[in-house]
Design a protein. Structure first.
Length: 136
């Protein structure tokens, strides 16, 4: 999908609005926040370097769709609140996929895992969302 001409700042503002009040569930729920990488995030090594993290920090890469799947795949008979929340996560995915290329999710660390859902903006910047998941 070709990215649009929305500026990085406009996209970050749209992501902030779409994610407002959403908590990503794990052992400890955390908000989704708009994020702009300090540099290249085209690979795990590049992301670690851009964010000043140790090169040996464990990183798992997955698709944004796989990361968000538990929030998007709700049963048809789910209550209204669950359906509304799934629609909000679909809006986030749409924003990411419509305005960015090479969208992926990086799970950085163990137990308290920082998750960066990033893609390349036409300006060259790596933008998206960041959250934390706790898995013990």
């Amino acid at each position: 999908m070709q990215a649009s001409s929305v500026s990085p700042e406009e996209l970050l503002a749209s992501l902030a609005e779409a994610a407002h009040g959403l908590l990503f569930p794990s052992e400890s729920d955390h908000p989704l926040r708009p994020f702009r990488s300090r540099g290249d995030a085209s690979s795990p090594a590049a992301l670690l370097a851009a964010e000043g993290l140790a090169p040996e920090t464990p990183v798992e890469v997955t698709t944004a769709g796989d990361f968000f799947a538990p929030m998007l795949d709700v049963p048809a008979d789910a209550d209204e609140a669950a359906l509304a929340e799934a629609a909000r996560y679909r809006r986030l995915m749409d924003l990411l996929e419509r305005h960015l290329t090479d969208v992926r999710a990086y799970r950085v660390g163990r137990v308290a895992i920082d998750v960066y859902v990033l893609g390349r903006h036409p300006s060259g910047a790596w933008l998206g969302l960041v959250t934390k998941v706790v898995e013990t």
